[in-house]
Ligand binder design. Sequence first.
Ligand code: PMP
Length: 449
Amino acid sequence: MIARDRIARFRAAEEDVFRDRFAASGRVADGAAAHWHDGVPFHWMRDWPSPWPLVADHAVGATLTTVDGVTLDDFCLGDTASMFGHAPPPVAAALAAQAPRGFSYMLPMEAGLDVSARLAAIFGHPYWQVTSTASEANRAVIRWCRAITGRRKILIFNGAYHGAVDDAFVDLRGGVPTMRTSLLGQVADMRDTTLVIEFNDVAALDVALARGDVACVLAEPVMTNVGMVMPDAGFLDHVRAAATRTGTILVWDETHTVSSGLGGHGKAHGPLGDMVVVGKAIAGGMPTAVYGFTANVAARMAAANAARTGGHSGIGTTLSANALAMAAMRAMLTNVMTAENYAAMLAGADRLVAGLRRVIAAHGLDWQVAHVGARVEFITSGAPIRNGSDARAAMDGELDGAIHLGLVNRGLLLAPFHNMALVSPVTSDAQIDRLADGLDAVLTALLGA
Ligand code: PMP
């Protein structure tokens, strides 16, 4: 446990450094306050632990350059959207080629044939649909699952995040289901239709599914939004078997765990779900997501669609599968999401894990480093973490914020919400070593503050 006054002293010193080094960002942030609500075009952009947000000038490969002229080693990578590096040349070229030919038609394109075949080959599901975000894909999937099973309930794991999806904002607090307390403007109580249990709790899962009234289990195979929670050996197979036994549709949300390997966690490590969602990086950071499913699910979706009255289905938005998105996705699936690139990412992540563990040990700390493929998370606690409650208890927002700010001042960018670093295929060993060295420097200053 690091003393609070030490963290506060370190943070104050780092804020001074930040204000000086990123003064140009500060000037833009001041100007932006005139007409952007809260000074930013999207309010999450305020959620960085710095006095003001860094203002981006451009980002290429695994670096991001701010308007201050500072180039950072980028391990945030757009919080996964740019997980394969910023502006991969094949994607940039595909967008440039498509742009003069139109952006959005609300019609399919011939290029879609290739995209769908590649999705099927890479992720192992025969049928696909496109949305603009992973949130939207999850909302669509929940509706489809309810429509085809005739069941109202869904099941999620405590601490999950599946995007801006009301159904998935139910927590377990002290064993009691609770609507997530931080939500704005949430009026519906989802607890009647959303069941929440702890990850790795086999007995609770069996009880929850045994009644046969759950449409789908919606889950990440490794929880990545509450620190990182790894599945116990055999847990995912148990989830798979319980879903099959009870006629429950198993949906893997692989928006983050696509970092596991080619085809995501389900394809790389098994078991496959009945449906899969992949967003963010699937089109290299262009707003696009996809959901895939088995032939059985597809047939049931077609039957449900044929049986309904005409009019709005409540599934889909206008810009889904637009021409730019399809062009970007085709280039990603053809030239960027490749076995070679995954090999480079996984090797880099191993190097980073070893480096972080070495630094943590050198400072005599009991912290842990978890990773799911190219996604690496250090956790500032030594307590065992088997579920969302453990993970929440292990988190220390004040400490995390201080470390992040210290790293930014040393030219290193982590994701803002937790201690997550992504290794892209174009992240160099030198960058990886700089992150380990940067953490070393931050811990030296912090522990000595
Ligand atoms: N699913 C998971 C697992 C996520 O982590 C996120 C975002 N962090 C989403 C879905 C939603 O993605 P988006 O914000 O792009 O809709």
